[in-house]
Design a protein around this ligand. Structure first.
Ligand code: ZN
Length: 468
């Protein structure tokens, strides 16, 4: 398998650390609001990667964190804790807020057929491990304590910026010029590992005892602690959204490598944005779309998954309701295409399809090409029903579109078509064959009034119940 590594900026052959096994870490959500569909694109990407690894017969151990503490509203360590802020707004406890949005996020994963990672670990459950890691960094003089916090000293970590390709000096200069600058920090780009209960964090509800007094961990440290504890260091693959490269992932790398003197992960992979109205979909802009919105508008959750599969994970997607509608149509058409009765009884050898499929998947997850290949197979008149069924079953292990289940459902619906309707449809088909289109159209109208629609295919037709 070849995968694009953000760290080396090229496609690399996957070389697992342990034979036939992959250790895989994905940054999880901050649970202070509903996930928007742009966030969820990242999780569909990670899910496709997991499925592709399993298709290649690797045993995948995948870990994901849930950020329920320490993620501030500003990356510059000056804002408020997102979960604490939301709790005040909703007049709930921080624990209630975190639990509620975590549940909602896990439901979104289920709706989108995303395989739940082998381990989902909350930041608040691993504070002890995070404290240990911070102690190690202080001991090795990569971190320093001030009146309000413990900071990581980026000037001590010479490779800081290697993931994003930012030069440390440039980053230090840029940070120095920032208007809001924490006077406590040695360098503007230093980031908090631990916040003390001082200043505007005085009343922070979630807090723990540490060698630096009562307080709470910063956002980045949880991923370093959780990942190396559960997967070892280094592990194989680390994923996240492209917006995490510049700060969160640089900081994870800095902390983990400084503490243990070895890489955190071998391959870093990042999913692109989903854009809306020529801008990135973001919670801060106030308008964002959730899975609830998608379902309330009558769309299938999996039509959204289908839309995501039509673009490579490293290209931007412009989202619109029209494009979702087109994807829903394409998804439904694919289901009826694979459910269509096929005249060919004897099967054909399908290895060329399987070979191509694997080739596309192994080329840095080229899902759009793989999906086009399935369409090609579904439309191929030389393939038998069992040929198509086998290919669909195999390919859908990666697509995760429930194609077999949906196709069975469709066939069942079709077999429940009343006899008089089936008779009318057959009459109409024969009229069309005799080129008596006016009469045929009249029957189409009658059927539509009774709630049925006819879809003509090359050699046959399908009766569909109209959705009210
Ligand atoms: Zn992370």
């Amino acid at each position: 398998m070849k995968l694009y590594n953000t760290l080396t900026r090229k496609k690399e052959n996957l070389a697992p650390i342990k034979k036939n096994q992959i250790g895989f870490y994905s940054c999880g959500p901050t649970v202070y609001n509903y996930a928007h569909i742009g966030n969820l694109r990242t999780y569909v990407f990670s899910d496709i990667l997991q499925r592709a690894l399993e298709y290649n017969r690797y045993k995948v151990k995948r870990v994901m964190n849930i950020t329920d503490v320490g993620h501030l509203t500003s990356d510059a360590d000056t804002g408020e804790d997102k979960v604490e802020k939301e709790a005040k707004k909703e007049r709930k406890t921080v624990w209630q807020v975190a639990k509620f949005y975590e549940k909602s996020f896990l439901n979104d994963l289920k709706d989108l057929n995303i395989i739940k990672p082998s381990k989902v670990i909350r930041a608040t459950e691993t504070v002890e491990d995070q404290i240990e890691l911070i102690k190690e960094l202080i001991k090795k003089k990569y971190a320093y304590e001030t009146d309000n916090a413990v900071y990581f000293d980026v000037s001590k970590f010479k490779k800081y910026g290697k993931l994003s390709g930012q030069n440390l000096d440039d980053k230090l200069t840029a940070a120095r010029d920032e208007v809001i600058q924490d006077k406590e920090k040695k360098n503007g780009a230093d980031f908090a590992l631990w916040f003390k209960l001082t200043g505007h964090h005085k009343d922070h509800a979630m807090h723990w005892l540490s060698p630096w007094g009562e307080g709470f961990p910063g956002w980045h440290i949880e991923c370093s602690a959780i990942a190396s504890k559960s997967l070892g260091q280094p592990f194989d693959i680390h994923t996240g959204g492209i917006d995490l490269i510049g700060t969160h992932h640089e900081n994870e790398i800095a902390q983990s490598e400084a503490a243990y003197g070895k890489p955190l992960a071998n391959i870093w992979m990042h999913g692109e944005f989903l854009n809306m109205h020529k801008g990135k979909m973001a919670k801060s802009s106030g308008s964002f779309i959730t899975m609830k919105d998608i379902k309330e508008k009558g769309f299938d959750a999996l039509a959204y998954r289908y839309l995501l599969l039509t673009a490579h994970y490293r290209t931007k997607i412009e989202f619109s309701w029209e494009s979702l509608k087109a994807s829903q149509n394409a998804y439904h058409n694919l289901i009826s295409e694979i459910s269509r009765k096929r005249p060919v009884k004897t099967g054909k050898n399908t290895t060329s399809y399987q070979k191509k499929f694997k080739q596309y998947i192994d080329d840095d997850l080229d899902i759009p090409k793989a999906l086009a290949l399935l369409w090609d197979a579904a439309k191929n008149k030389d393939l038998s029903q069992s040929n198509v069924d086998d290919l669909v079953k195999e390919f859908d292990e990666i697509f995760g579109l429930d194609l077999i289940k949906q196709s069975k459902k469709l066939s069942k619906e079709e077999s429940s078509i009343p006899q008089n309707i089936a008779k009318l449809a057959k009459e109409r088909w024969e009229l069309r064959q005799n080129r008596e289109f006016d009469k045929a159209d009249k029957i189409r109208l009658t059927l539509a009034n009774k709630g049925y629609e006819i879809e003509d295919q090359d050699a046959d037709f399908v009766i569909k119940k109209l959705i009210k």
